[in-house]
Design a protein around this ligand. Structure first.
Ligand code: C5P
Length: 398
């Protein structure tokens, strides 16, 4: 279940006897390198202690919608934004009914309303309660709402009954749950992504660079990977860890990035140029460190234009679907649309970097996808969530 690696999983625990299995679910999720936060309903505290789940998840437990301290640390909206997927295990008949009717009167149900990613539940209840037509109607509503239903299983129940209703074993739940991350939309496609800044040396200790963190490009590479693509990530220097299960190429200068792109371009289906490539580089690289000259109030360097990596791809005769980025501070859409034409792109992703809460180095972004035909706005969300939407969009139009 490698697909859960680096995922933010919000585990909802509700008040059923199977709540003891949630400890095993947290442990397994952590083993798979997912980051786990647990939201417990009040009644679940009777079955498993918050301390247990806090210790296993290594994150504070959230329980109360009206807890000022908890909301100050991470509000229900922030939890909903943080999560890549929500799993409610065990999920009682009562919670199923409340989810089906869109209630928002406790922390867990409020988060499900605020969350626009995938939701899975692992029902757990007495066999008669599961078979009851009202429960079945509620489950049908959730299915119609794209909720993934993991189970329930059949067998002996805590109350002594035998039948369908018991929660699946943690491993079975997680096997089904992890299928949420395999869209398969880009299976057998090759995707090359550039990310991060470039560094253009001035002398052995100084360079010209920019504020790109690489987060957007890495998130896009991960989203393409989850969609089943073979991914090459060509990255300038960043503080991020190289993602697993893709071909990672580390570069420094625009020239190195260009060479790596050209080297890996063969049989590429989609090229995404998200790197913030330095448009200019010093015309000359000094061999020795430039010394401070006390007599001089100013010094100047000549800069020359760097090679345009994106144009290098879009000008190929047998070219992939080419996606560029336009980080703009004014006339964002107009400038991006012009760039779409001048760089001969299939898609450009425009973002306004004059806003401090999105874009450069931020965890979040807000973008407009612009094609030669139309625009598609993606409202503010985590870079992970935005990347998934971008990859979904690309897989629809290629
Ligand atoms: O022209 P501008 O730098 O604003 O264009 C941004 C887009 O072009 C980004 O997708 C960036 O990765 C790409 N680019 C490039 N090579 C350059 C400059 C920008 O590939 N030298």
């Amino acid at each position: 279940m490698k697909s859960l690696q680096n995922k933010n999983i919000l585990l909802g625990v509700t008040g059923g006897i199977a709540a003891y299995k949630s400890a095993e679910i947290v442990r397994s999720l952590k083993k798979m390198n997912a980051d786990v936060r647990v939201v417990m309903t009040k009644s679940s505290h009777e079955f498993v202690t918050p301390l247990t789940l806090q210790a296993l998840s290594a994150n504070p437990i959230s329980s109360d919608l009206l807890d000022i301290n908890a909301e100050a640390a991470m509000s229900h909206i922030e939890l909903a934004r943080w999560a890549d997927a929500l799993l409610i295990a065990p999920c009682t008949a009562e919670t199923i009914s409340r989810l089906a009717s869109g209630r928002g009167d406790d922390l867990l149900t409020t988060i499900t309303l605020a969350f626009d990613g995938p939701i899975a539940i692992a029902p757990a209840m007495n066999q008669a309660m599961w078979r009851d037509s009202r429960t079945q109607d509620n489950v049908s509503k959730l299915v119609a709402n794209n909720t993934l239903i993991c189970g329930p299983g059949t067998g002996e129940q805590a109350c002594g009954d035998v039948g369908i209703g018991r929660m699946l074993e943690p491993e079975e739940v997680l096997n089904i749950f992890s299928s949420l991350f395999k869209s398969g939309k880009l299976i057998s496609k090759k995707v090359v992504v550039t990310a991060g800044p470039t560094q253009e040396p001035i002398d052995p200790v100084r360079y010209l660079t920019n504020r790109s963190s690489g987060k957007m490009g890495y998130a896009l590479a991960n989203a393409a990977l989850e969609a089943g693509a073979e991914v090459v990530l060509i990255s300038g220097p960043t503080d991020l860890n190289a993602p697993e299960h893709l071909h990672f190429v580390s570069v420094r200068t625009a020239k190195e990035m260009h060479e790596a792109v050209q080297h890996h371009l063969n049989s590429t289906d989609i090229f995404i140029g998200s790197a913030a490539v330095s448009d200019y580089k010093p015309s000359k690289e000094y061999k020795n460190k430039i010394k401070k000259d006390k007599g001089k109030k100013s010094i100047s360097f000549e800069l020359e234009e760097n090679i345009d990596i994106l144009k290098g791809v879009s000008s190929q005769t047998k070219r992939p679907f080419v996606v560029g980025f336009a980080a703009e501070t004014q006339d964002v859409i107009k400038n991006a649309r012009e760039k779409l034409g001048s760089k001969n792109l299939d898609l450009i992703i425009a973002n306004d970097v004059s806003k401090t809460d999105i874009g450069f180095d931020s965890e979040e972004n807000e973008v407009t996808l612009i094609t030669p035909r139309d625009d598609y706005f993606i409202s503010k969300n985590s870079k992970k969530a935005i990347s998934k939407k971008i990859i979904d969009f690309i897989s629809e139009v290629i």
